[in-house]
Write a protein that binds this ligand. Sequence first.
Ligand SMILES: CC(C)(COP(=O)(O)OP(=O)(O)OC[C@H]1O[C@@H](n2cnc3c(N)ncnc32)[C@H](O)[C@@H]1OP(=O)(O)O)[C@@H](O)C(=O)NCCC(=O)NCCS
Length: 199
Amino acid sequence: MAGMTSGIGLRPMTGADVAPVIALERGLFPKDAWTEAMLRGEMAEASRHYVVAQEGEGGAIVGYAGLRAVPPQGDVQTIAVAESHWRRGIGSTLLTELINEAGKRGVTDLFLEVRSDNPRAQELYRHFGFTEIGIRRRYYQDADAIVMRRSATVAERAAGGLSASANGTRADTRAATSPDLSTATGADATVTENEEKTR
Ligand SMILES: CC(C)(COP(=O)(O)OP(=O)(O)OC[C@H]1O[C@@H](n2cnc3c(N)ncnc32)[C@H](O)[C@@H]1OP(=O)(O)O)[C@@H](O)C(=O)NCCC(=O)NCCS
């Protein structure tokens, strides 16, 4: 796993970050970028945890990520890194933060949707123990979504929740005690056209 670039730190996202984050968002998600209002709405929810990756103190925002935690379930709402900074471990650091925060909040099953034509992000998620549990046809206007889930291992459950440092011990994942696909797709059925889309 690539190490985090030195000189880049994570901190909670604030209102002052919205403009630079949305600028990144428009470049990275040209087909379905969130608006400022959507991001501010997300940040206002207590169940959310949004962070930015920043170059030095007061430097450029080069990545961001958001979590929705409604224990025992959680969702990776978004994760993105400026293209100029890809493959330096920033995406991994952001995902580590979300997984650890989810664990602290009592989340045992973390879900996400990823575009079927985004192998780079799928690979990142697989690295962290997410596995494919279903497909949501035409979730995006022009693509299907792959639904992925990362369930707490036996050891993680005993310790109180998900933890990114436990990644790599996937063999003891208790698939049998996790919600099965029909449960997951049942929950999916509550998604409406107007609901904000995770990625
Ligand atoms: C997906 C994304 C967040 C990864 O960020 P990143 O900072 O490059 O990630 P990392 O450097 O931590 O790389 C983590 C792993 O992702 C995978 N990965 C990253 N870039 C990759 C590439 N170009 N090709 C294949 N796999 C890649 C690798 O498995 C990598 O691990 P490795 O470097 O040990 O091989 C970034 O590419 C991005 O912002 N993409 C556009 C937005 C997006 O698609 N977000 C996800 C929406 S679901």
